[in-house]
Ligand binder design. Structure first.
Ligand code: PEP
Length: 248
């Protein structure tokens, strides 16, 4: 399976710094050599159109960091799937742990956002992950299983069209990475859950996210059930992001 590497820029950037980052990405082998991995970046909504235009014609795709469950209407502050498509997005991240915790997004809301993305022609990247307390209590597989089950129950026959990102909350932005073995164990359980729900969903790409850096990416991506990465901090440096994509 071709690997997928996605950069989540979170709430970082400006027109000037984005232009510099994009210039670095376009100057790297990501844009010039036949890519062996699919690559995309997810800028803040306000810069999405600019970034998509700047990357047009390159092998680097664009996604959003969130999506409304609504298609249009009186939903102040929300951004709808058709708008994201209109400005050039291909992917939509849903259920990032920062949205689950700071915006109280429930498992069901995340699943509904995944369904909204699919219904507007976007590929949802559904994030799941446990907190440190949950891991220490031995609840990792139960927590990510519960988060994924809401998506399975909501999407039905469309399940095979998503991407899942396993992002242990304790590894995001902390410099602590899950070991390749820890990540692989969770990925294997997610794979089994997807497969038992729908046999065709066995091929859903499973990304790992949480302090992926150029020096740990290759080992993570070598695991049998790790199909790529969702990259935060290291996606803000063109050289690091290109090195991670190269490792894939
Ligand atoms: C993320 O938030 O999606 C992420 C993986 O962040 P970082 O790489 O900075 O840990």
């Amino acid at each position: 399976m071709k690997k997928l590497v996605v950069g989540n820029w979170k709430m970082h950037g400006s027109r000037a710094s984005n232009a510099e980052l994009i210039q670095g990405l376009l100057a790297s082998d990501l844009a010039t050599t036949a890519p062996r991995a699919d690559v995309a970046v997810c800028p803040p909504f306000v810069y999405l159109a600019d970034v998509a235009a700047a990357l047009q014609g390159s092998a680097i795709g664009v996604g959003s960091q969130d999506i409304s469950v609504q298609a249009q209407g009186a939903y102040t502050g929300e951004v709808a799937g058709p708008m994201l498509r209109d400005v050039g997005a291909t992917y939509a991240i849903v259920g990032h742990s920062e949205r689950r915790s700071y915006h109280a997004e429930s498992d069901q809301l995340v699943a509904d956002k995944a369904r909204a993305a699919l219904s507007h022609g976007l590929i949802p990247i559904v994030c799941v992950g446990e907190t440190l307390a949950e891991r220490e209590a031995g609840q990792t597989e139960a927590v990510v299983g519960r988060q994924l089950q809401a998506v399975i129950d909501t999407l039905g026959a469309d399940l095979a069209r998503i991407v899942v990102a396993y992002e242990p909350v304790w590894a995001i932005g902390t410099g602590k990475t899950a070991s390749p073995e820890q990540a692989q164990a969770v990925h294997a359980s997610l794979r089994a859950q997807l497969k038992s729900a729908r046999s065709e969903a066995a091929v859903v790409p499973l990304l790992y996210g949480g302090s992926v850096k150029p020096d740990n990416a290759a080992q993570l991506f070598a695991q049998p059930d790790i199909d790529g990465g969702l990259i935060g901090g290291a996606a803000l440096k063109a050289a690091d992001f290109a090195a991670i994509a190269r490792a894939a």
